[in-house]
Design a protein around this ligand. Structure first.
Ligand code: DX5
Ligand code: ZN
Length: 224
């Protein structure tokens, strides 16, 4: 079965002093991944809504906002209202039923994403995922770029892909963390269709070539 392959460079590995230029450098990617960290849900602190609004104004491609923040119910809809294509909240950060956030995100015109950390199981969320558009399976502990891919989480990607293929869920299955030319093949073979890559794209001499290479490898592996 043919599925889409979306490459989403992560701005976390870009030069924060030149965000507009850095967005242009990855214009032939599919989504621009923006990591919002609040120094509470994760130890790191990055940027928030005013900066995302500014990136939205200059980005040549749709934004994929990954909110690593507490109280996502309160903040996530603002990112949808800012025009992000996809807004992902962490299941571990939701105090109530994550479906309420999904409804707010969709009502504000965005795709709704649910992220799970490496140690978070998929099963408890199977029902709520019916109201989401994206499942983000973290392939590193959230918080920092440049970490090593955790292959142990791939069974969750396989399980999600099976649920999509059998018609039980309609979701993008996104992976984030440690994605490079080698690991993208494992992730694609397991069933991921959206691939976040920070250091592998922005650390390359030619980001456009890195994106094309990642896309080719993911597509080839998805057909295996
Ligand atoms: C980590 C972030 C990732 C990060 C990935 O918490 O969610 O999006 O930028 O960076 P790499 O691709 O370098 O692992
Ligand atoms: Zn991310």
């Amino acid at each position: 079965m043919d599925r889409e392959t979306l490459i989403a460079p992560s701005l976390l590995s870009a030069d924060f002093a030149r965000l507009a230029d850095e967005a242009q450098r990855v214009a032939d990617a599919d989504w621009l991944h923006v990591d919002v960290m609040d120094a509470h849900f994760v130890p790191n602190l990055t940027l928030g809504l005013p900066v995302v609004e500014a990136i939205q104004r200059v980005s040549p491609i749709p934004l994929d906002c990954h909110l690593m923040i507490e109280a996502p119910e309160r903040w996530a809809p603002g990112y949808a209202a800012a025009g992000a294509r996809n807004v992902t909240v962490h299941a571990e950060a939701c105090s109530g039923d994550p479906r309420a956030v999904a409804r707010d995100l969709r009502a504000a015109g965005a795709l709704a994403g649910l992220a799970i950390k490496p140690a978070t199981p998929l099963e408890p969320y199977l029902e709520v995922l019916a109201e989401f558009d994206t499942l983000l399976v973290m392939t590193v502990e959230p918080g920092f770029g440049g970490q090593e891919f955790i292959a142990d989480v791939l069974p969750k990607v396989r399980a999600a892909r099976r649920l999509v293929e059998t018609g039980h869920l309609r979701l993008f299955v996104e992976v984030d963390g440690g994605i490079n030319d080698d690991t993208i093949e494992q992730a694609a073979e397991a069933g991921a269709d959206v691939f976040v890559a920070g250091s592998a794209v922005y650390g390359a001499d030619d980001p456009a070539r890195a994106i094309a290479a990642l896309r080719d490898r993911a597509r080839a592996a998805a057909h295996r």
